[in-house]
Design a protein around this ligand. Structure first.
Ligand code: HEM
Ligand code: HEM
Length: 241
């Protein structure tokens, strides 16, 4: 019987414990899961705010359903702000992996790295592996944080509408005339919510794809911290790599 090649199998001669590297420090993992939970709750409560499908019988003050859903939306909006603030702070003070995957869009080598990563993903080969984030992952995370920034600004502008002249209205209320009125702020806030869902779907697919292909404990690493590496894997040994 013909032997089937196993291009994805890591070399067996290395001790798994020796191949362990502590990559994601606690604040990175904490912010990841705070953000992931917040995005889930914000998306679901946001959909309800847009189309309140449940209309309980009786007096509104007895159930206060929309009020509770909005409260959840705002509470998790603050959680997302805190989660992202922790991550931004850790970008500057954390280990080199906290800065890995940063998009050097002004350098040719960055475009080459992104293109190379796309090509590698299209071949079912292990290729070279980044112990931190690869360049493609890095740009997708920057896009994610930018979309969260947009949702934060438009969301707090909408929130500020209930208190004209208040803190949020003064801080981000300018978005409403800029985007062409309250309706359009709702529309963009809603549209970008779906773009975040697109990111999440691709992110989950690639995280699982990488974990199967690389066998380096990538999914576990965002929970526990360490990844497995092998000689030849790209390390984030410079400020950003
Ligand atoms: C709404 C859900 C999620 C969002 C918005 C999200 C977002 C992110 C972001 C922004 C990062 C970059 C981490 C950083 O450097 O700060 C990341 C990394 C990561 N996430 Fe998620 N995530 C979500 C759910 C999940 C789930 C459910 C899993 C597990 C299957 C997962 C697995 C990972 C892994 C393995 C990494 C590290 C990837 C690498 O080493 O490059 N994520 N995620
Ligand atoms: C980060 C801070 C955020 C704040 C302060 C915020 C706040 C708000 C506010 C005030 C509304 C309008 C409620 C109304 O109609 O009166 C709203 C609606 C909504 N939010 Fe957010 N939000 C935030 C983030 C997000 C995120 C990250 C998502 C999705 C992932 C999201 C999804 C939605 C959706 C789908 C709607 C319904 C929009 C519509 O069709 O009118 N929000 N949000």
């Amino acid at each position: 019987m013909a032997t089937i090649a196993q291009p994805n199998a890591p070399p067996a001669n290395l001790d798994p414990i020796e191949r362990r590297r502590y990559v994601w420090e606690f604040p990175v993992r904490l912010s990841h899961w705070v953000n992931a939970i917040a995005i889930g709750v914000l998306f679901l409560t946001g959909l309800f705010i847009a189309s309140p499908v449940a209309a309980p019988n009786g007096e509104a003050y007895n159930h206060f359903l929309m009020g509770k859903i909005r409260l959840l939306h705002f509470a998790f909006a603050y959680a997302l702000v805190v989660g992202i603030a922790i991550r931004v702070y850790w970008f500057f003070v954390g280990n080199n992996y906290a800065r890995s995957g940063f998009p050097f869009f002004w350098r040719r080598s960055w475009y080459k790295a992104v293109f190379g990563q796309v090509v590698e993903y299209t071949h079912l080969e292990r290729g070279h592996i980044n112990i931190g984030h690869n360049s493609l992952a890095g740009i997708s995370y920057v896009a994610f944080f930018a979309m969260c920034g947009f949702e934060g600004v438009t969301g707090f502008a909408l929130y500020g509408e209930s208190n004209p002249g208040g803190f949020w209205d003064k801080l981000v209320g300018w978005t409403t005339p800029l985007l062409g009125g309250s309706f359009r702020v709702h529309m963009w806030h809603h549209l970008v919510a779906w773009l975040i869902v697109v990111f999440v779907v691709l992110h989950l697919y690639i995280a699982i794809y990488d974990s199967v292909l690389y066998k380096n404990g990538i999914v576990d690493s965002i929970i526990a911290g360490p990844k497995f590496y092998e000689p030849g894997d790209h390390d984030a040994d410079k400020w950003i790599s």
